[in-house]
Write a new protein. Structure first.
Lengths: 187, 325
C-alpha cells in the first residue's frame, strides 16, 4: 500500500535509476562470472518495490525491464514482463520492508532474482537461442543469480537506513506523517 | 477498525483502491510486455524495435565508453592471480609477441599454400589486402545470453550490418546491428554464430559454430580428410562475407565416433574477448579475397562424397538387414 508519494521520492527514484542505468551499461558488461552478468535492472526494480511498492513499483519494474531489453540483443518485452510481475509481487506489502527487515528482504529478493533469471533464460531457450537445459541452468541462470544477489547487498544496506535515502514512502505502522497522501489515522 | 493482515489494511477502502490500481497497472503492463515480446520476436531486421534499439545504443554509447575506461585497470586481475610467479609486464609482452608470431605464421602458411595450389602466382603477395575501417571496442556483452561487443563506429562511418570484423590475430565476428555512432558485433564464440571455415593444411571445408563454453566447433568435416590437433583453421571465403584465408584458431581436439560421417572438432580461437581493443571492420572484399570456383567445387565434392558414403552405408545396412531377415 502506498501512503506517500512525494517529489522527494521521485527525485530519489530518479537518482537510483540513473545510478543503476550507468552501472548496467558501464559495469555489468565488464564484470562476468562464466556467462552470467549482474542485472541492475532487477536490483533497481527490487529496491523500489521493497521500499515504495504499489503502482510506482510496478511501473518502475516495467521501465527497468524495458531498458534492460533495449540494451541486449534478445527480444524486447521479456525482461519487462518478468520485472513487472516481480515488482508487483514484491511491492504488495504495506510497509517499507528494507527498513528494519533486511534479512527477510534479502531472502525475498534472492527468490525473485532466481525466478526472474530462470524464466528469462528458459524463455530464451524456448525461442530457440539454446539447445541445452544444462547450459541454461548452470552456465547462465546460476551465475546471473549469484552476481545479482551479491550486487544487491550494498543497495539493501544503504536503503535499509531509512529516511536518509529518500525512499521512505511507507510507514512501519503507527501514526502517519502530516501531509501524507492518505491519512490512515482517520480511518 | 482496520487491521493489518498480510498485504495491508484488509477492511478499508484505501486498501482496495491502492491494491486495485497496482493490480490493474500490472495487468496492463504485462499485456503490453507480451505484445512487445511477440512483435519483437517476429520482427525482421529494420523494423520498429530495431530502430528504437539503434537510437538507444547511440544515446548510451558515451556511458559504455566511460565504463570501459573505468574498468580497464581491473581487466587484468584474472591474469595477475593466475600468473603470480611471473612479472606481469614481461608476461604481457611475451603473450603479445606470441600472438603476433602465431598470426604471422598462419598468414605465411596460407600464402604458401595459395602459391602451391594455384602455381600461377609470380610473387608472394599479401594475403590480406583488406579495405577496412578501424574501430575501438567500447563494451562487452550486456546480457549473459549473447557473446558480442560494441564498437565506437556506426553507419556514419560507412559500417553496415553483415560486415566482418577482425583484430590483430584474425577474424573475430560480424556486425549484427548498426547504429549511427556504434555497432554491435556478434563474436565467433556466440552460439548463434556460423562461419564457413577450413583446415589450412588439408583444405577440408566445414562450418565453424560458437558454443556457450567459449570454444568453437568445426562441423561438416568429412572423416575421409586428415585433421590433427594443432592444425590452423582459417576462413574459407564461401558465402562471400569473410575474406578467404583469415586466421580463426587452432584445432584443440579431434574426435571421431564410430560410423560417423563427420569429425567432432574443437577449435581454440586465436583471440579472446579480454584482448579486444582495436578492431578492423572489413568494408568490402576484392575478388582475390573471395572463394574461387575451385573452392566451391571442392566444397561440393566434399559434400557429395559424404553423401555417397552415407548412402553406401545405408545400403549396406539395408543389405545386411535384408540378408538377416
Amino acid at each position: 500500500m502506498q501512503v506517500k508519494d512525494t517529489n522527494k521520492n521521485k527525485r530519489s527514484i530518479g537518482w537510483l535509476a540513473l545510478a543503476c542505468l550507468v552501472l548496467q551499461l558501464a559495469v555489468a558488461p565488464n564484470l562476468a562470472l562464466g556467462n552470467g552478468r549482474i542485472n541492475f535492472a532487477l536490483i533497481f526494480s527490487a529496491v523500489v518495490a521493497l521500499t515504495i511498492g504499489g503502482r510506482t513499483g510496478v511501473f518502475c519494474g516495467f521501465l527497468a525491464g524495458l531498458v534492460f531489453d533495449l540494451s541486449t540483443t534478445g527480444p524486447i518485452g521479456l525482461m519487462a514482463l518478468l520485472l513487472t510481475i516481480s515488482s508487483f509481487q514484491m511491492g504488495m506489502e504495506c510497509r517499507n520492508r528494507l527498513a528494519g527487515e533486511i534479512g527477510p528482504s534479502m531472502i525475498l529478493y534472492a527468490i525473485h532474482a532466481l525466478l526472474v533469471s530462470l524464466f528469462y533464460h528458459l524463455a530464451m531457450l524456448i525461442v530457440g537461442q539454446a539447445s541445452s537445459i544444462f547450459d541454461v541452468i548452470v552456465q547462465r541462470t546460476l551465475p546471473t543469480f549469484l552476481l545479482s544477489v551479491i550486487a544487491f547487498i550494498p543497495f539493501a544496506i544503504f536503503y535499509s537506513r531509512g529516511d536518509g535515502t529518500g525512499l521512505s514512502g511507507r510507514q512501519r505502522g503507527g501514526r502517519p506523517k502530516k501531509g501524507s497522501r492518505y491519512n490512515i489515522g482517520n480511518i | 477498525m482496520p487491521t493489518m493482515n498480510g498485504g495491508g489494511l484488509s477492511s478499508s477502502g484505501l486498501h482496495k483502491d491502492t491494491q486495485g490500481n497496482g493490480s490493474r497497472l500490472a495487468v496492463v503492463l504485462v499485456v503490453l510486455s507480451l505484445v512487445m515480446f511477440t512483435m519483437s520476436a517476429r520482427e525482421s531486421n529494420g523494423g520498429f524495435f530495431t530502430g528504437v534499439r539503434s537510437v538507444y545504443s547511440t544515446i548510451t554509447t558515451p556511458v559504455r565508453y566511460v565504463g570501459v575506461v573505468v574498468t580497464a585497470p581491473f581487466q587484468g586481475l584474472g591474469n595477475i592471480f593466475s600468473n603470480l610467479t611471473a612479472n606481469q609486464k614481461s608476461l604481457s609482452e611475451l603473450k603479445s609477441e606470441n600472438a603476433k608470431l602465431k598470426a604471422s605464421n598462419v598468414k605465411l602458411k596460407e600464402a604458401e599454400k595459395t602459391s602451391e595450389r594455384l602455381e600461377k602466382l609470380l610473387a608472394l603477395q599479401s594475403t590480406y589486402k583488406l579495405k577496412s575501417t578501424a574501430a575501438r571496442v567500447i563494451s562487452g556483452a550486456t546480457s549473459s545470453w549473447s557473446d558480442d561487443v560494441t564498437i565506437d563506429k556506426g553507419s556514419t562511418s560507412g559500417l553496415a550490418v553483415g560486415m566482418p570484423v577482425t583484430d590483430s590475430n584474425g577474424a573475430i565476428g560480424q556486425i549484427i546491428s548498426c547504429g549511427g555512432t556504434s555497432a554491435t558485433v556478434r563474436l565467433l564464440t556466440d552460439e548463434n554464430s556460423r562461419v564457413s571455415a577450413m583446415i589450412q593444411s588439408s583444405r577440408a571445408q566445414g562450418i565453424l559454430e560458437g558454443s556457450s563454453d567459449g570454444t568453437l566447433k568445426l562441423t561438416l568435416i568429412s572423416t575421409d580428410t586428415s585433421v590433427k590437433v594443432g592444425d590452423n583453421v582459417v576462413t574459407s571465403g564461401l558465402g562471400g562475407v569473410f575474406p578467404k584465408g583469415l586466421p580463426i584458431g587452432t584445432v584443440m581436439s579431434v574426435n571421431k565416433s564410430a560410423g560417423a560421417l563427420y569429425y567432432d572438432i574443437d577449435v581454440k580461437p586465436l583471440s579472446t574477448t579480454e584482448n579486444f581493443e582495436e578492431v578492423l571492420v572489413i568494408t568490402s572484399l576484392t575478388e582475390d579475397q573471395q572463394a574461387t570456383s575451385e573452392d566451391i567445387t571442392s566444397a561440393d565434392s566434399q559434400d557429395s562424397s559424404s553423401s555417397s558414403k552415407s548412402s553406401s552405408k545405408s545400403s549396406d545396412s539395408s543389405d545386411s538387414s535384408s540378408s538377416s531377415s
